[in-house]
Ligand binder design. Structure first.
Ligand SMILES: [Zn+2]
Length: 364
């Protein structure tokens, strides 16, 4: 198994194009053709974690946080980032980061948090918009099935938990082949009247070229008629944060105490509100202040996140308790998530979880 096989698997789970534009997810150190000896999963690929990988015989570190965010202009070991990269290169250890792309998929960081809290009926708190388009294609009845199959296989027609979604309506198409054409049916200079279907599929923008190529391959016409339309729709399964419900309401402080224990928080900073009983809970692993207003608007009783600044606590208002449980703590189960994925995909391979607590914050 080579690094590129691991990368391909992880990017099928959490495509890199879903990362935020400030992020630097992907292979940061190393070469894709290198044979993998073992994988060490961690939150932060610090110098200590690289040394741990070496001692365990692992030459690939899969981290949640990218060690390099902005560019490196020199590698002299002045910062912990430079020292980590130098150590990794010296020991032939590759570093791969799966960050906001893992935050933004419905089965990623936030689902793991929801599961640990026992939340049901979970959905994305702020789905992403403008990542979808619609294609209409005009297909002769003889090739409807072939075109459908090709389009679905290329990634068209997926809506939430359903795939192979399309809408098709029968109609009549006309065309007149010119002398230079080689028509599938009909003859030059004579108007053809064909029984055709107009088929519509929802297509993620990033695969539209692949979908178009697949449809074109399956379509019999020399000139295929089609339209792509941009959509403003939200993509329900892609976006930031999650919201769900507890099976039974819990008293606020009892719930927060359970959160503290579950995530091993040294302290939880929270706001008082009118909420006494908790049923609806929003979550966002890591720095989630940008979703406070969304959590309020969606009716969350408690919003669990981290890295909240003093003034941002006021934004929670009276209708919701905002709880900062710590960045490391909120994402700690991401290590289990990633190692479970990798162990399931590569069952005979050494997948190790880092034993080093990389949380730089201590509580007194
Ligand atoms: Zn984080």
């Amino acid at each position: 198994m080579r690094i590129k096989d691991v990368v391909a698997f992880l990017e099928e789970k959490a495509p890199v194009w879903l990362q935020e534009n400030y992020d630097n997810a992907g292979l940061i150190v190393g070469q894709t053709a290198t044979e993998v000896t073992g994988i060490l999963v961690c939150l932060d690929s610090t110098e200590e974690v690289i040394r741990e990988a070496v001692s365990l015989g692992c030459n690939l570190v899969v981290a949640h946080h990218p060690i390099v965010f902005s560019g490196l202009k020199r590698l002299t070991g002045r910062t912990y980032v430079e020292r980590t990269v130098i150590t990794a290169i010296q020991h032939n250890v590759a570093i791969y980061a799966i960050h906001t792309n893992l935050d933004n998929v419905a089965h990623g960081v936030n689902r793991e948090i929801c599961q640990r809290l026992g939340l049901l009926r979970t959905r994305t708190l702020r789905p992403k918009e403008e990542l979808l388009c619609k294609v209409h294609v005009y297909v002769p009845a003889t090739h409807l099935e072939e075109v459908n199959t090709a389009a679905f296989k290329a990634g068209a027609g997926r809506i939430g938990l359903y795939d192979e979604c399309s809408f098709q309506v029968e109609g009549t198409g006309t065309y007149r082949p010119t002398e230079a054409s080689q028509p599938y049916s009909g003859a030059a200079g004579i108007r053809s009247i064909e029984r055709e279907y107009k088929v519509e599929y929802l297509v993620p923008l990033h695969v539209r070229h692949e979908v178009l190529a697949a449809i074109r391959n399956a379509h019999p016409y020399e000139e295929m008629a089609y339209d792509f339309e941009p959509l403003l729709n939200e993509w329900q399964t892609v976006g930031s944060g999650m919201i769900g419900e507890l099976p039974e309401p819990e008293e606020l402080l009892t719930f927060l105490q359970r959160v503290k224990t579950t995530f091993g928080s040294g302290a939880i900073r929270y706001t008082r509100s009118q909420i006494k009983q908790v049923k609806t809970v929003a979550v966002c692993g890591g720095s989630g202040s940008f979703l406070i207003k969304n959590a309020v608007a969606e009716g969350a009783h408690v919003y669990i996140t981290a890295d909240v600044k003093y003034h941002e606590f006021f934004d929670a208002g009276e209708s919701m308790t905002l709880a900062d449980i710590g960045h490391f703590e909120s994402e700690r189960y991401t290590i289990d998530l990633l190692s479970d994925w990798l162990a399931e995909k590569f069952p005979t391979f050494a997948i190790r979880k880092s034993g080093i607590v990389t949380n730089p914050i201590n509580y007194l």
